[in-house]
Design a protein around this ligand. Sequence first.
Ligand code: 2PH
Ligand code: PAB
Length: 272
Amino acid sequence: MKFAGINLNEPRIMGVINVSPESFYKGSVRNDEEKLIETTLRMVEEGASFIDIGAKSTAPYLETQIPLEEEIRRAVWAVKTIRDHVDVPISIDTTNAKVAEEAIKAGADIINDVTGLKGDPEMPKVAADYGTPVVLCAHGEVRNFSDPVRTVMDFLQESLEIAEKHGIEDVAVDPAIGFLRPEWPPWYVWDSNVIANLNLLKSLGRPILVGVSRKSFIGAITGRQSPSERLAGSLSATAIAVLKGADIVRTHDVKETLDTIKVASFMGKFSP
Ligand SMILES: Nc1nc2c(c(=O)[nH]1)N=C(COP(=O)(O)OP(=O)(O)O)CN2
Ligand SMILES: Nc1ccc(C(=O)O)cc1
């Protein structure tokens, strides 16, 4: 299986860089040209197969509204700044079709849409027009007491149908860890349940991308208030996600995550 030209015969890493000061993990933010290039080069050297650029936080528990022009400015600046320094595919983490289009024109290769093509009605058209691969996150209205993995699969199936209708074939599916928050079960139970049953997503027949890095469910389980203290917990969740079939792991910590996925996938060969 491949995604955006990258062979997924072993689990791969997507390194995250945010050019959005409001992002939940301040250690992920770069807003100076030299540091942005340095971090990109380091992530690729450490083993990232993709670089994901975020120009606006999507954290559901933060105040993240910024003007569209500002998101476009940040996204275009970041993509242009790093494009000629690395060969790996660059994805743009946005829910807005205009941002996606401008980032693609600046050199981005993948649209990472946390609304799974359901947020901006123009997004499927942009992806189709430019022939851009898309990361589809599970997105929708979550009902209380619903089954986490079944709900994620239903949401993803809807996104796959939108993609198919528009002739978008190169897609990866993502269970949207941290985004789906019913009143019950609590989100950290939801997220843990989804990761523990990630293997069920295999039936969708698409590469599975997962982002657990330093997220609040790790904070809730470990009692680590600050995202800066959540690396060990994130690596533990990463190992389980890989054992359960994750093909791409989206992370702020490339080096540590690479060792984690190597060990988890090596051991996975010996279990049914
Ligand atoms: N496909 C995908 N995209 C994502 C995911 C994720 O799990 N999957 N998590 C995010 C949260 O991490 P980030 O560091 O970008 O946080 P921010 O939204 O506060 O910038 C943002 N984007
Ligand atoms: N964009 C997101 C950022 C952070 C989290 C989380 O901490 O759960 C979820 C989504």
